[in-house]
Structures are given as C-alpha cells and as structure tokens.
Design a protein around this ligand. Structure first.
Ligand SMILES: *Cc1c(COP(=O)(O)O)cnc(C)c1O
Length: 359
C-alpha cells in the first residue's frame, strides 16, 4: 500500500532511506553499543564530519548533540547569558525561545511583530549579551532574510548571535561569520525520527560559558556547553545519547551529500515556487505570507479560511496529508513542509491538487 505523503512540518515525512538504515542498524545491534566504544566514536565522527561537509561548517565551530531543539533553547540561555538576551519574535517558536529566558529568570528584551510578518531591517536593539533569532518561524511560514541577519550582526558586534534553524536546514546557505551558534532537531528537514538536537557553536560561545562559571554564575549541570564540547573532542557525549538517532543522522547525511547540497537547494526552491504560484493564482485560497522576501521556502502556509476542512479532505483523498495551521490558525490555515524528503513529483502532485480544488 502506498504511504500517505506527509506534509506536516514535524515530525515530517521520513527521508526515503531511513527505513533501510534502521533495519541495518538493528541487524548490526547499533542501539546496544556502548557510547564509550570505538564503534560509537566512529558513528559520532561520521555524523559530525558529514554535517560539516553538507552544511559547510567552518573549523572554529563545534557540533554537539542534545535531546531536542527545545533543550538547546534552554542550554543557550543558561550557557551564553548571565542576565540579558534580545529576541526577535514573530510566532510561537520564537516566542518560546523568549519564554525560556523568562523562565530562567533572565531579563530578556523583545522585538515583536504580528503573525505573518517578519524582519526586513535590523532595527534598534538594546545592549545585550545574546541576540536570539529564528531563521524560519514554523508556526507562520516566515523566514528571516540572510542580509538582515548580516546587518543585525554588524550593528551589534559585542553580542553573541544564536539562530534557530530547526525547520529550514539543510536548505539555507549560511555565512557562519554572521552568527556564533545555529541549531536544529532532526525530525524536520532531515526526515529522521525525533529525539535528537544538533547544536553548532563557535569558540566565543565556549569562552562565554567559561566566563560565567568563573564569575560563579550557574550554567546548570546537565549538558553544559564545556562538557558537551570536551566530550565531542573525543567523539563522545557526556550522558548516554540517542545512539540510534546519531547513527541514522550519519547515514542520511551521507545520502544527502551523495545527492549534493546544491541539488537539494535547487529542488527546494523549485518546489516552493510551484506551490506559491498555485496559491497566488487561486480563486479561493492564498499564501498567508504576502511579502515575497520573507516567504519561507521550507514551510509554506496557505490561508484557506472557510475552505480549510474541505481542502484538507480533498488532499487526503489524493493521498496527501497537509499540516494543520498552528495553534489559533488550526481552523483557517494549512501548512506544507518542503523538505528534502518531499520529492519534486510529490510537490507537482500537491500543486495539481491545489489547482484543481474548487471548494
Ligand atoms: C519544531 C521546532 C522547535 C522545537 O523542536 P523540538 O525538537 O521539538 O524541541 C524549535 N524551533 C523551531 C523553529 C521549530 O520548528
């Protein structure tokens, strides 16, 4: 039986090789291997080196693993700030990053715009230890233009910059000099089972965590940045990690490197373009984000109003599962993940089905 195509942003459709890699992992008893074994160190090394190639990560950045991206929000606030952080908030995920700072008793400041809007200029930011940005706001389908990221960086040279790229990587081609940290979890663009966060940090982040410790400020106890990095240098982790998840990541990254990141990027852009075109020319539904510069290429949001249920039904009948609108938009919007696991053919099918929909 053919699977329903899963366009939900997360967990999203599995990358097409995941099932075989999982079978292979169990055959080789990978999930029962000690995380202190040389076999695990080889898996760790293969995952991090593969990611370095795929995402063109420079040598001054270290790659460490956590349980989720939500965990990384907390680790960033704990390890990279003593008192302040500034958050660009335009939806539920960027809001949660800000809330994490509040919950940890920091004094975060905020630049807030309504849902569906984004940031097209750097604006004025108070002096702060850390600037928190969300490259792709998954709840609304708004992305941060890379030239704005660059300007924010240039205007605030003393602050660390952290970028949540959970629902956009591996698509964006980042300039790593524009931030100090970037992170994602694997159940979105990498098409893997959930339960693994990937945190990429430069030497300035480590120095900041060590400075906080030297001042007697707590950076927590679980997964502190200095211990994550010290272990990563030995291709290890402080606690027993999601060994299966790291193994599957190494394999899918290998597959993506074979396919080529430029091909993945080109296909992502083609798929986004045909669906936005269908939405822009449709008589009943439209793209939620109207400004082309901030439209996400990887999470496409359709404003469907009273047609939402009928459209979802129309797509399901054709073997396609759309993502619900987020939170309050559940009854009026549908979201479509556009990840490497979604083929061109699947996106052409989706485009045809959207065009054929007449309520
Ligand atoms: C899904 C998501 C998260 C949270 O990821 P988890 O792995 O569930 O913790 C954070 N930020 C963004 C932008 C997301 O889309």
């Amino acid at each position: 039986m053919a699977h329903t195509i899963n366009f939900t942003p997360g967990p999203s459709q599995l990358y097409f090789t995941v099932e075989d890699h999982t079978r292979q992992a169990f055959k080789a008893q990978i999930p029962s291997r000690s995380h202190r074994s040389s076999q695990f160190e080889g898996i760790f090394k293969s995952a991090t080196e593969g990611l370095r190639t795929l995402l063109n990560i420079p040598d001054n950045f270290c790659i460490v693993f956590t349980g989720s991206a939500t965990e990384i929000w907390e680790r960033i606030i704990q390890n990279l700030t003593g008192h302040t952080s500034h958050h660009f908030v335009n939806g539920a995920f960027s809001q949660k990053f800000y809330d994490t700072a509040l919950q940890l008793n920091r004094q975060p400041t905020i630049t807030l715009v309504p849902a569906g809007k984004g940031f097209t200029e750097p604006g004025n930011i108070p002096v702060t230890e850390l600037i928190a940005l969300t490259h792709n706001e998954t709840s609304t389908g708004v992305s941060l233009p890379l030239h704005v990221l660059q300007n924010i960086r240039n205007n605030n040279p003393a602050a660390l910059v952290a970028v949540d790229a959970v629902s956009s990587l591996p698509h964006p081609e980042f300039d790593y000099s524009t931030f100090d940290s970037v992170f994602f979890s694997v159940q979105k663009g990498f098409g893997l089972p959930a339960g693994l966060g990937v945190w990429i940090v430069n030497e300035k982040c480590l120095a900041k965590a060590e400075l906080l410790v030297s001042k007697g400020i707590s950076i927590g106890s679980y997964h502190t940045l200095p211990s994550l990095i010290a272990h990563a240098k030995k291709n290890q982790t402080p606690a027993t990690p999601n060994v299966l998840g790291i193994y599957l990541l190494s394999k899918v990254v290998e597959d993506m490197n074979r396919r080529g990141i430029q091909t993945i990027r080109r296909e992502t852009e083609y798929k986004a373009a045909i669906v936005y075109q269908a939405l822009d020319s449709h008589p009943l539904i439209r793209a939620f984000v109207q400004e082309p510069d901030i439209r996400s290429k990887t999470v496409l949001v359709a404003e469907c109003g009273e047609h939402t249920t009928a459209l979802a039904q129309h797509l399901l009948q054709r073997g396609m599962l759309p993502g619900d609108g987020y939170g309050a938009q559940k009854k009026t919007q549908l979201r479509f993940a556009n990840f490497p696991a979604h083929s061109k053919e699947q996106y052409e099918m989706l485009t045809d089905a959207l065009q054929a929909f007449r309520g």
